[in-house]
Design a protein. Structure first.
Ligand code: ADP
Ligand code: MG
Length: 441
């Protein structure tokens, strides 16, 4: 009765978890002890957890009350795990995802959903080698590369794999800036002992973006000792950075030499095929259906791996409720609108102004009925540029240039299109004007 109530409640809480994901992960660590008409008693493993949870009790009470549709109070007690095997009401082994969460690892990063190609295969192989034999092969493993090349993904995947193979190992993934803040705080609050205890006993320490510690003497000092402590007790260190150790400025020499003492691997920006694969992986993870041709367009248009996911989601947002899957048409539409949005930062007025000053004519002439040749050509060039660069509709251009009919605009744009093929000098002029327009923003 008690255990079925609790498992039913957990299912309910899981559905509600979008509202409070943290609460759900905490709930899974509690054990139901007793239940009366108005009260539920649950236990947790130690005082630390209890202190942390006490602030959340009202939230959990709300959730239980909603589930049982009556007001319930919650009591939290500490009950240390008994070693004696007794019939458990409910199995409460910390599961793998709890362990990972505590190690600072996110579910979305693992080796399986990491696509490999020539730009990252060495890094991938090294990462796997380290994950399989932590502390024995390359120590530290130092991964470096630009933004969005997959360093964090790989570093997280290593941490996860080590932990999955050795759940007893203490693994911790720490962003470099967090390490820095934590340490600065510890020094200020005189709690460096606690800090040391936390880091020096690790079997697997991942510090992402280690370049953040450069330039801060006390932090580098502490990190040096942390590093030595972890490595000398057989632990594995994994570091990532935006550049190789010898290019990190203001880094102590002894750290630089430690960083270079294992294996240094660079990760190159993903090329087109890899970006396509990443789009497909992200789509599958999010249950978004996408045609491969459409994925290719996204990969072609978006060079930065971090922006791929955003482009995928934005395209998806456009088709939701209208289409089942992202097809070629959907992405093309998305990117057309996107260019329009970005190029719109250049105004119609800018184009008119720049063309007029280039041909040394008055702006008022452009919008007048003047058919003199020295006015007609610049006017048509403006039509062409408004269409080509600002992606305005013919009607919009007609409106801006005070032409009665949009067919006039179509003819104008057509004429320039023909002329630039025949007349390289004119093409050069127009290219020059375009550059001026773009750099004017
Ligand atoms: P970095 O830390 O190098 O800046 P990230 O690891 O944060 O880059 O990667 C940016 C995004 O691109 C993440 O969503 C990541 O999952 C994804 N990504 C990068 N490389 C790959 C890859 N080879 N396979 C799958 N996803 C990747
Ligand atoms: Mg990163």
């Amino acid at each position: 009765m008690l255990s079925s109530f609790w498992s039913g409640f957990l299912k309910f809480a899981e559905k509600e978890q979008q509202k409070s994901p943290i609460i759900f992960s905490i709930l899974k660590q509690l054990k139901p002890i007793e239940m009366t008409q108005e009260k539920v008693i649950v236990s947790c493993e130690n005082n630390g957890v209890r202190l942390y949870l006490e602030k959340k009790i009202p939230l959990i009470e709300d959730l239980v009350s909603t589930y049982l549709e009556k007001k319930i109070t919650l009591e939290l007690i500490v009950e240390e795990k008994k070693r004696k095997k007794e019939e458990p009401l409910f199995q409460f082994e910390p599961n793998k995802s709890d362990l990972a969460l505590r190690a600072g690892l996110l579910n979305r990063y693992n080796f399986t959903n990491f696509a490999v190609s020539s730009t990252n295969q060495v890094a991938f192989a090294a990462a796997q080698a380290v994950a399989r034999n932590p502390g024995t092969s390359y120590n530290p493993l130092f991964l470096y590369g630009g933004v969005g090349v997959g360093k964090t993904h790989l570093a997280q995947a290593i941490g996860r794999e080590i932990l999955e193979k050795n759940p007893q190992m203490k693994v911790f993934f720490c962003p470099g800036d967090q390490f820095l803040n934590e340490l600065v705080e510890a020094i200020k609050e005189h709690t460096t002992n606690r800090f040391r205890k936390k880091y020096r006993q690790l079997n697997g320490m991942v510090v992402d973006d280690i370049q953040f510690i450069a330039g801060k003497q006390s932090v580098q000092e502490e990190f040096f000792h942390t590093f030595n402590a972890v490595v000398s007790s057989g632990g594995q260190v994994i570091l990532t950075s935006d550049r190789p150790p010898h290019e990190i400025g203001n880094l102590e020499d002894r750290l630089r030499s430690r960083f270079s003492g294992g294996l240094i691997v660079d990760v190159q920006p993903p090329e087109f095929e890899l970006r396509t694969a990443i789009v497909l992986i992200k789509a599958r993870e999010k249950n978004i259906e996408i045609d491969i041709e459409a994925a290719k367009i996204i990969a072609e248009q978006v060079g930065d791996a971090r922006a791929l996911e955003g482009a995928l989601l934005s395209t998806y947002a456009k088709i939701v409720g209208k289409k089942e899957r992202i097809d070629l048409e959907a992405v093309e539409l998305f990117f057309q609108e996107k260019t329009r949005r970005t190029t719109r930062r250049v105004s119609t007025h800018d184009v008119i102004r720049i063309v007029c000053s280039f041909y040394n004519i008055k702006q008022t002439h452009i919008k007048s009925a003047n058919r003199a040749e020295e006015i007609v050509l610049p006017r048509q060039i403006i039509m062409y540029l408004l269409r080509q660069e600002l992606k305005l509709k013919f009607e919009e251009i007609a409106y801006h240039l005070k032409r009665k009919d949009h067919t006039t605009i179509m003819h104008g744009v057509e004429k320039i299109n023909r002329l630039i093929i025949k007349d390289p000098l004119l093409k050069q002029e127009i290219d020059g004007i375009t550059k001026t327009i773009i750099s004017s923003t």
